[in-house]
Write a protein that binds this ligand. Sequence first.
Ligand code: TTP
Ligand code: MG
Length: 386
Amino acid sequence: MKEDRPPLSPDTKIQGDARESRAARRHDTEHRIILHVDMDSFYASVEIREHPDLAGKPVVIGADPKEGSGRGVVCTCSYEARRFGVRSAMPVSRAYHLCPQAVFLPPRYPLYAKASEGVMAILRGYAERFEQVSIDEAYLDLSYLGDYPRAEAVAERIKEDILTRERLTCSIGIGPGKVIAKIGSDLKKPGGLVVIPPGRVEEIIHPLSAGRIPGVGRKTGEALHQKGICTIGDLAGADIQVLMEILGRWAVPLQNLARGIDESEVREHSASKSVSREITFETDVGNLDLVMETLNDMARQLVGELAERNIFARTVTVKIRFSDFSTVSRARSLPCHTRDFRAIVSAARELVMPLLSEKKIRLAGLRLSSLSHLDRDQKTIGDFIR
Ligand code: TTP
Ligand code: MG
């Protein structure tokens, strides 16, 4: 998680806006019902679903540990492996030392992307407004239900639906805002359901550690701790000048959040679900370099389009039509949302290579989907508050 922040500037405009609109917005906030779903140990759970004999075992998804000498990191692991201290993003060699008896598996992104699509399709059916934020996470605006007991019943149905249709478990948080709901979904993982109704926000979140707020990473947590700000309640009552010294422009939104003011909207990404390019060659092509060069060009254009729209993509799909009109496409979800040209091109290359045969190629296409305004690395508090 990035902890770089812009230089400190006491931004009076942010403060002024916040004060003016607070009363009006609080009214809305009290009527909002936002649900956050996060799948439990997602990649590992999908693998266990595919290999039921792995159930109950420590399972680690990531790079090959090579008996402790492997490079690369852990993508995720089952909760059984977490008991040994294994965590996402940890070097896989360390994971091996912590838990050599674990089953180590390489990630299979297309499988996870397909499971994610299934889950998201279920979720979309329950919401008036829906926002997918990563391969295994989404917000639903359930305000239309009118009250929290109904929302809780819907959450139970969602959990059942995902379990019966996708054979996967998730954790859900419900609250009057996105960040509060997200804090809730993380509180009782795996399989949790935590409801934080407006009247109980402070009572429930104030005793929690400040690090429970998405975007408050280790470094920020330590800096706050040094000033005696340990819990979300401490954050709510802290001197704003002290917070500004530590948090810069995030001080006001973060303190508002700690006070239960969480107005960020569930944003539909309905404008378009993907960006793509296709080319039918003038004459069918037998030259691999030319196909790759074409995909490179398309990737460059698509990355430009993402940058222009200030969005990121996570799924790369290549499509190849051969001279006999047979058509194949292959997709891969990248580990995080990106618009990095090299990451996209290298995924495209890896997808296209196994498709090539003696047959000449008539058409090549590249599509980037799972679009998001969020870049996983930039998931700071600002991204939630904006
Ligand atoms: P998370 O939801 O952060 O983690 P998780 O679903 O595995 O576990 P939890 O029960 O705590 O939610 O991320 C979703 C998937 O994204 C995860 O299964 C694998 C992938 N991922 C990585 O590849 N690298 C990472 O560093 C993280 C955090 C996740
Ligand atoms: Mg998850």
